[in-house]
Design a protein around this ligand. Structure first.
Ligand code: ZN
Length: 137
């Protein structure tokens, strides 16, 4: 997704879609880091689309959300540079997307015993900061 600055500013804010809710957990927030200076990009400069995918089980009439796809661009006003963030959040708490290290499609699976330390690693691996992001109800 390449956009002009004018188009960028007309895109929805990703933060308007927080939290990303699943039937028994939710992602409350994340942020994107600039691919050049690695600084956290403020929420008002992270824009794009969040699409929810639903699935029913054949009996229930209300489908549940099984995945959110985020297609975002983040603008660093210090570097004057866009960072692309395209990731999917799954209901089993997996996160998939292109690795910022080599660009390969990658799956990050949280270890439930050490969930917080795994999510702290997201910060450095993905440029995402996940703050208390998993709230089990
Ligand atoms: Zn920057």
């Amino acid at each position: 997704m390449f956009v002009s600055m004018y188009e960028f500013e007309s895109l929805p804010l990703i933060s308007d879609s927080y939290p990303l809710k699943f039937h028994d957990c939710e992602w409350t927030t994340f942020s994107v880091r600039c691919s050049a200076c690695n600084k956290k990009i403020k929420n008002e400069n992270v824009r794009g689309y969040v699409d929810a995918t639903t699935a029913g089980d054949g009996y229930r009439t209300i489908a549940r959300i099984i995945r959110y796809d985020i297609d975002a661009m983040a603008f660093c006003d210090e570097c004057n540079l866009m960072t692309t963030a395209i990731y999917s959040f799954h209901e089993d708490m997996r996160m998939t997307g292109a690795s910022p290290i080599d660009g390969n499609h990658t799956t990050w699976t949280p270890d439930r015993r050490s969930r917080l330390s795994i999510f702290r690693k997201f910060k450095s691996m993905l440029g995402f900061k996940v703050l208390d992001s998993i709230v089990r109800k």
